[in-house]
Design a protein around this ligand. Structure first.
Ligand code: B12
Length: 220
C-alpha cells in the first residue's frame, strides 16, 4: 500500500500533468488510506495549484495549461468533498463567492476560469453566468449568504455596470456587507479605486491569492 507521501506525490503529479482522472483516483486512494480529506486537499492539491499559478505569472505556462490544471483539481476536489459529505462533515469553505459577467456583456471565458480557480482554491462559487444585472448580483449574494461579489467586464462600455452594482449596494446601505472584487481585460486598479471596489485582480491566480490575503475581512 502506498504511503501518505506517495499518495500526495500522485495528487501533485495529477495537477502538474493536467489529468483529472488521475486526480480523482489519487483522491480516492487518499480516502481509502484514511487521510483527512481537508489535509489531502491542502497538501495534495492546493500547494501544486499555487505553484501552477506562480508558473503562469512567470509566463512558463500559458492560459490553456492553467485552465487544465484547475479542471484537473476540480475533479479531485469533487471526490474529497463527496467523502466529507458522506461522513457528515463539510470541507470548510474559505468564503462564499457570487460571480458573474456584468449586464450587457457576454464574454465568459475569463470569468469561468476565475470561478474554477476560486473553487479549486477552496471557495464556494455561485456562477450567475453572463449579463447579470445589478439587482440580480445583489439578490443572489443575499440568497447565497455570500461574502464576496466578483464581477467580470470585458468591454469598456460594460465596465460601467460594475460601478452600478456598487452604487446600488451603497443606495441600499449595504456598501460594507460584501467584499467586492472586479476584473476583466479593460479593468484596472485605478477603476477599482474610482468606483470603490474592495479589490481588483488582473487574472485568476491573483484573484485567489488576493482573496486568501483578505480572509479576515469576512471570516469573523
Ligand atoms: C473571445 C472574445 C469574444 C467572444 C466571447 C466568447 C465568450 N464566450 O466569452 C465573442 C466573439 C462572443 C465576442 C463578442 C464581442 N466582443 Co469580444 N473579445 C474576445 C477576445 C478575443 C478574448 C476574450 C477572452 O476570452 N480572453 C481570454 C480570457 C481568459 O481573458 P480575460 O477575459 O481577460 O480574463 C482574464 C482576466 O481579465 C481576469 N478576469 C476576467 N474576469 C474577471 C473577473 C474577476 C472578478 C477577476 C478578479 C478577474 C477577472 O482573469 C481572467 C483569467 O485569468 C477579446 C480580446 C481581448 N484581448 O481580450 C475581445 C474583446 C474583449 N471583444 C471586444 C468586442 C468589441 C466585442 C463585441 C462588442 C464585438 C461586436 N462588435 O459584436 C462583442 C460583445 C458582445 C457583448 N455584448 O458582450 C473588444 C472590447 C473592446 C473594449 N475595450 O471595449 C475586445 C477587447 C476585442 C478588441 N480588441 O476590439 N468577443
Amino acid at each position: 500500500m502506498a504511503t501518505t507521501d506517495q499518495i500526495y506525490a500522485k495528487m501533485q503529479a495529477s495537477i502538474e500533468e493536467y489529468d483529472g482522472d488521475a486526480a480523482a483516483a489519487a483522491a480516492q486512494e487518499a480516502i481509502a488510506a484514511g487521510i483527512d480529506p481537508a489535509e489531502a486537499l491542502e497538501k495534495g492539491f492546493a500547494q501544486p495549484i499555487r505553484e501552477v499559478g506562480e508558473a503562469f505569472h512567470r509566463m512558463e505556462i500559458f492560459l490553456p495549461q492553467l485552465v487544465m490544471a484547475s479542471e484537473a483539481m476540480k475533479a479531485g476536489v469533487a471526490v474529497l468533498e463527496a467523502a466529507m459529505a458522506a461522513s457528515g462533515g463539510k470541507l470548510e469553505k474559505k468564503g462564499v463567492v457570487v460571480l458573474g459577467t456584468v449586464e450587457g456583456d457576454i464574454h465568459d471565458i475569463g470569468k469561468t476560469i476565475v470561478g474554477s480557480m476560486l473553487q479549486a482554491g477552496g471557495y464556494e462559487v455561485h456562477d450567475l453566468g453572463i449579463e447579470v444585472s445589478p439587482p440580480r448580483f445583489i439578490q443572489a449574494a443575499a440568497d447565497a449568504k455570500a461574502d464576496i461579489i466578483a464581477m467580470s467586464a470585458l468591454l469598456s462600455t460594460t465596465m460601467l455596470a460594475q460601478r452600478d452594482v456598487l452604487e446600488l449596494l451603497r443606495n441600499k446601505g449595504q456598501d460594507n456587507k460584501y467584499f467586492t472584487i472586479i476584473g476583466g481585460a479593460p479593468v484596472t486598479q485605478e477603476w477599482a479605486d474610482q468606483i470603490g471596489a474592495s479589490a481588483y485582480a488582473a487574472d485568476a491566480p491573483e484573484a485567489v491569492r488576493l482573496l486568501d490575503e483578505h480572509q479576515g475581512e469576512w471570516k469573523k
